[in-house]
Design a protein around this ligand. Structure first.
Ligand code: ADP
Length: 408
């Protein structure tokens, strides 16, 4: 079975085509600047050279058509016809309280995703455009949706409720949802496998640290708390997002700086975090380079960033009353030796002891980087959200086929 995984944004669409017989990636790519006059398409077939072109792609329907054309192209393609695409899996950021797991798309599911537009105004409408674009181009092909929030639906009320009037939860569903769930779920499974212990017996903290960043406390394979909240703004300091702050800063700043709500929103989401403190970049590589060249603002940004990761880990050890495994993943977590070192150096009380040599080794494989006598195992586990989406889609389509067989 071949599964096309799509991550549709408002002006971009990323894709990967999987062959589920061996979970290999046949091709991947992205369409950028959708809706603008010079859209860029990058197509990377696994065994052929990359293709890049610039053309006018005004909407998602055209973007999906372009992707299919490339996948079946006689020279750059990897399949002979679009009939070879058996199913499509979409990443959807917000599943609210409705979606506790991945589902196949039908009219009800579409309606529910639409009802959640308010909770993820930047993401869910774009995902919906992706789903509709596939409907138009591949009307017979089943589609599944995999939610960033679903894994965190196991959190107990003490973790997901905010101490504000309950009416706000009842009326508007204001609560912690958490994000990056597909990634936290995947790396926790990989970590248990690497350790050779059942997930059910382990207490873990998984740190997904990329442009966006979140920590999750996982007990027995279930998310029990996570740092992102109603939106992906809460929690850790990020590339351009502030993470946690005193909510009173919002009205105070609006008043003092004569800012509108949307200006404050933009400040906290796009002009804060590493970028704001360093004044240099939101990219951890540039922060570390500048810090090593002696830039003091870069050092302050790095220290604030790692300090906050460490504080979250500490609070989750308290939430779970223990810690067996600490996992680092995503762009920064997988690659930054300095970040892992800085975070772990303050966690000796919790039995964390890094092996400096193992921490320095570069590899694309999941690996243990703690010393043999470290009570808590520390790991680097590369994330693969697309693979989880492909697996869930595959499972749902097979289950549906089985059910249809029974009905016959
Ligand atoms: P996203 O959250 O957009 O999915 P990623 O998980 O791909 O992001 O992470 C992207 C970030 O990873 C970049 O902004 C960069 O800061 C960081 N990164 C990538 N490589 C390295 C590296 N070698 N050292 C430090 N940071 C890195």
């Amino acid at each position: 079975m071949r599964i096309l995984v799509i991550n549709a944004g408002s002006s971009s669409l990323k894709y990967q085509l999987f062959d589920m017989t061996n979970e290999s990636v046949l091709a991947s790519g992205r369409v950028e600047r959708i809706g603008m006059d010079s859209s860029i398409v990058t197509h990377e077939p696994t065994d052929k050279p990359e293709v890049k072109d610039v053309s006018e792609i005004l909407d998602h329907v055209t973007a999906v058509k372009r992707v299919i054309d490339l996948l079946v192209h006689p020279e750059h393609g990897v399949i002979r016809s679009m009939d070879e695409i058996d199913a499509v899996g979409h990443r959807v950021v917000h599943g609210g309280e409705t979606f506790k797991e991945s589902v196949l798309v039908d009219q009800d599911v579409k309606l529910e995703i639409r009802n959640l537009f308010d909770l993820a105004p930047l993401h869910n409408p774009a995902h919906m455009m992706g789903i509709n674009a596939v409907d138009t181009n591949l009307p017979e092909v089943p589609q599944a949706v995999v939610f960033d929030t679903a894994f965190h639906q196991s959190m107990p009320p003490v973790a997901y409720l905010y101490p504000i009037p309950m009416v706000l939860y009842r009326r508007h569903k204001i609560r912690r949802y958490g994000f990056h769930g597909t990634s936290h779920n995947y790396v926790s499974q990989q970590a248990a496998e690497l350790l050779g212990k059942p997930l059910e017996e382990l207490k873990m903290v998984t740190c997904h640290i990329g442009n966006g960043a979140s920590c999750t406390a996982i007990m027995g394979g279930k998310s029990v708390d996570t740092s992102m909240g109603l939106t992906p703004l809460e929690g850790l300091m990020m590339g351009t997002r502030s993470g946690d702050l005193d909510p009173a800063i919002v009205p105070f700043t609006m008043n003092k700086e004569d800012l509108t709500l949307s200006e404050v929103n933009s400040m906290l989401n796009k002009h804060s975090g590493l970028m704001a403190i360093s004044g240099i970049s939101s990219d951890m590589r540039e922060i570390v380079d500048s810090m090593e060249e002696g830039d003091r603002n870069a050092k302050l940004a790095f220290d604030m960033y790692t300090y906050r990761v460490r504080k979250y880990i500490g609070s989750y050890v308290a939430a779970m009353d223990g810690l067996d495994v600490l996992v680092f993943t995503a762009g920064v977590g997988e690659n930054s030796v300095q970040l892992r070192d800085a975070v772990c150096s303050g966690l000796s009380y919790f039995g964390v002891k890094l092996d400096p040599e193992l921490n320095k080794q570069r590899s694309k494989q999941a690996r243990i980087i703690s010393a043999p006598d470290s009570r808590t195992k520390v790991m680097v586990v590369p994330t693969n959200e697309e693979l989880i989406i492909a697996r869930d889609t595959y499972r749902l389509v097979l289950e549906q086929e089985k059910q249809e067989n029974y009905e016959i």
